[in-house]
Write a protein that binds this ligand. Structure first.
Ligand code: UT7
Length: 313
C-alpha cells in the first residue's frame, strides 16, 4: 500500500503586507526585496493562531477529498511555532475538525517539516497502521523576520491505495545548525533590552542560500536515482518557497527548465513548513496536476535539514 494525495487545502490570513509597508518599519525597500528574493507581499496573522490556520487548511483538504473527518486515523502537524508546548497543535486540530478517531502529534523540522511529516504519514500507511492521514504544514512567524516570512497553512489528505509511487530521502546536518536558529518565546527575556531587541530568528542568509543551492539538486538526483526515473519524466518540482534565486539556481543545476518549478512566493513570502502544501493546493485548484503526473517535492531549512519525495499524483 502507498499513501496517495487525494485532497489539498490551504489557509492564509486576510491581512496582506506589501513590501512598501515593511519599508516603513525597517530599513529596506520594495526594489531590494523583489530583486533579492522575488517576494512582493505576504499574509500576516493578526488574530489567527497556528491551530486555527491548520484546522482551516485541514477542513478544506478534507472537503476536497470527500473524506469525512471521522475517517482520519492520524493528524500530523509540522510547525516551528505552536502556541503551546502541549497540548500539541495536532490535538487542537483534531478537536476543531471533529476527527474523533484520529491520533495526532506535531513534528518540528523547520522549513523541511512538511516533507518529514509527509514521509512519516507514508511510513504509517505502508506499515498498515493507518489508512487515512492528514498532513499539515503551518507557519506563524515573528514580525522581526517580516522581510522574508509570511503566515499560512497548507494541508494534504493521504489515503492508502494499491500500487502508486513514493520515494523519499531526508538528511540533517546539526553541525551547521547555528546558521539558522529560532529562539523559544518562552526562553526570551523580554525585560532585557538587548535580548528583547534580538530577532526571534537569527540567520546567516548567505550560508543558508549556499546550503540550499547545493543540497536541493543533490536530493533531487538522489530521488531520481532511487526511483530509476529520468528528470524529463517529472512534471513539476515543488520546492520550498524561500527565495526565487534559490529556486532558479536549483533549476539550473538540475538542468531543468524553470517553467517546471512552480512558484508563488511573490504572493506569500516564505511560509516555512506551509509553503509546499500551499503551492500544491494552488496548482491543484488551478487544474494543473493530472492523475499519474510524477512530482518531486523538496524542502530545506533550519537544522540544517533537507528532505524530498518523488510521488505520483
Ligand atoms: O527557509 C529557509 C530560510 N532562509 C532562507 O531561505 C534564506 C536564504 N538566504 C537568502 O534568501 C538571502 O541570503 C537574503 C535574501 C536573506 C539576503 O540576500 P543576499 O543577496 O544574500 O544579500 P546580502 O546579505 O549579501 O546583502 C547584500 C546587500 C548588503 O549591502 P552592501 O553591503 O552590499 O552595501 C546588505 O546590507 O543588501 C543589504 N541588505 C538589504 N537591503 C535592503 C540586506 N538586507 C536588506 C534588506 N533591505 N532587507
Amino acid at each position: 500500500m502507498t499513501g496517495r494525495i487525494c485532497g489539498t487545502g490551504s489557509y492564509v490570513p486576510a491581512r496582506i503586507v506589501e513590501n512598501d509597508e515593511l519599508a516603513n518599519l525597517v530599513d529596506t525597500n520594495d526594489a531590494w526585496i523583489r530583486e533579492r528574493t522575488g517576494i512582493a507581499r505576504r499574509h500576516l496573522a493578526e488574530n489567527e493562531t497556528t491551530s486555527y490556520m491548520a484546522a482551516e487548511a485541514a477542513k478544506r483538504a478534507l472537503a476536497q477529498s470527500d473524506i469525512p473527518a471521522e475517517d482520519v486515523d492520524l493528524i500530523l502537524v509540522a510547525t516551528s511555532t505552536p502556541e503551546n508546548v502541549f497540548p500539541c497543535t495536532a490535538c487542537e486540530v483534531q478537536r476543531e475538525i471533529h476527527a474523533e478517531h484520529a491520533a495526532g502529534f506535531d513534528l518540528n523540522a523547520a522549513c523541511s517539516g512538511f516533507l518529514f511529516a509527509l514521509q512519516t504519514a507514508q511510513a504509517y500507511i505502508q506499515a498498515g497502521i493507518c489508512r487515512t492521514v492528514l498532513v499539515i504544514g503551518v507557519d506563524w512567524s515573528d514580525r522581526s523576520t517580516c522581510i522574508l516570512f509570511g503566515d499560512g497553512a497548507g494541508a494534504v489528505v493521504l489515503r492508502e491505495s494499491k500500487g502508486g509511487l513514493f520515494v523519499q530521502a531526508a538528511h540533517s546536518d546539526g553541525a551547521k545548525g547555528d546558521v539558522l536558529t529560532g529562539c523559544s518565546r518562552h526562553r526570551k527575556n523580554w525585560d532585557h533590552p538587548d535580548e528583547a531587541k534580538a530577532a526571534y530568528i537569527q540567520m546567516d542568509g548567505q550560508s543558508v542560500f549556499k546550503f540550499a543551492v547545493r543540497r536541493v539538486p543533490e536530493i533531487v538526483e538522489e530521488l531520481l536515482e532511487k526511483a530509476r526515473i529520468q528528470k524529463e519524466e517529472i512534471s513539476y518540482f515543488f520546492l520550498h518557497q524561500a527565495n526565487r534565486r534559490i529556486i532558479e539556481a536549483a533549476a539550473k543545476r538540475t538542468g531543468v527548465d524553470i517553467s517546471r518549478f512552480p512558484m508563488n512566493l511573490q504572493e506569500y513570502g516564505n511560509t516555512s513548513a506551509a509553503s509546499i502544501p500551499i503551492l500544491l493546493d494552488e496548482w491543484n485548484k488551478k487544474g494543473l496536476l493530472k492523475k499519474g503526473d510524477k512530482l518531486v517535492l523538496a524542502g530545506f531549512g533550519a537544522g540544517l535539514s533537507w528532505a524530498g519525495s518523488l510521488l505520483e499524483w
